[in-house]
Design a protein around this ligand. Structure first.
Ligand code: AMP
Length: 230
């Protein structure tokens, strides 16, 4: 099963993806995580990415499509795309690629959240630099303040683009360039659109999405559930 998660930064895509991956074993492909790894590796391409990311701007389509192509093809059996596609051109490139391997998209999850909630969430967000797990200082704190629950002694960090100024620019990019992608998918009969209000508790949001995904393709989820994985 192939699913795209859409929603503004801070909508809870990463948290939902973590949940679905834990439950069903999908491959989680986050373009933001892939780009951060390249940026932190210090390559020339990484330096280029940093310029866009730190300013809260979208990385140009040619770079994005090239960087995501291999990961997408490798995970086409069961994947959860998070943060990609972010423009209609990227969505078209993704379609073309999935058509080549005969594995079209099954569902698009669209999360909506109000701007004030988003800013509050993002500015309190912390990430583990070792495993990528996300926390929030108030809503989802780690057991030991400032440290990841899963990685001994990994100190949680505030992402460099999680400041209010940059978040507002990222939201502009979302509503200007990424929202049209939702319209692009709504025009498709073969893709199930799952709309979910992301204001609620993470567990509640995940339960709703899981229920909707089961109705899309019970066979796509069968055998992927934890416990059937071994
Ligand atoms: P995210 O972790 O998904 O919020 O992504 C962090 C940053 O990486 C974004 O603000 C963009 O600068 C860049 N980025 C991630 N995915 C994409 C994409 N599909 N297209 C363009 N830029 C992206």
């Amino acid at each position: 099963m192939r699913i795209v998660l859409m929603g503004p930064p801070g909508a809870g895509k990463g948290t939902l993806a973590e949940r679905l991956v834990r439950e069903f074993g999908f491959t989680h492909l986050s373009s933001g995580d892939i780009f951060r790894a390249e940026r932190d590796g210090g390559s020339e391409l990484g330096g280029k990415l940093a310029g866009y990311m730190d300013a809260g701007r979208l990385v140009p389509d040619e770079i994005v499509v090239e960087m995501m192509a291999k990961a997408v093809t490798g995970a086409a059996e069961g994947m959860m795309l998070d943060g990609f596609p972010r423009t209609v051109a990227q969505a078209e490139a993704l379609d073309a690629q999935l058509a080549k391997v005969g594995k079209p998209l099954d569902a698009v999850v669209v999360m909506t959240v109000e701007t004030d909630v988003i800013v509050g969430r993002i500015c309190g967000r912390r990430a583990c630099p070792a495993c990528g797990r996300l926390y929030h200082v108030s809503f989802m704190p780690p057991r030991r303040e400032g440290y990841c629950d899963d990685c001994a002694d990994a100190k949680l960090i505030l992402r460099s683009d999680d400041t209010e100024e940059v978040v507002r620019r990222r939201l502009e990019a979302y509503y200007g360039q990424t929202e049209p992608v939702i319209g692009y998918y709504r025009g498709r009969r073969s893709v199930k659109m799952i709309d979910v209000n992301g204001n609620g508790e993470a567990a509640e949001v995940a339960a709703k999405v899981i229920e909707a995904l089961r109705s899309v393709s019970p066979e796509g989820l069968e055998g992927r559930e934890r416990g059937d994985q071994a």
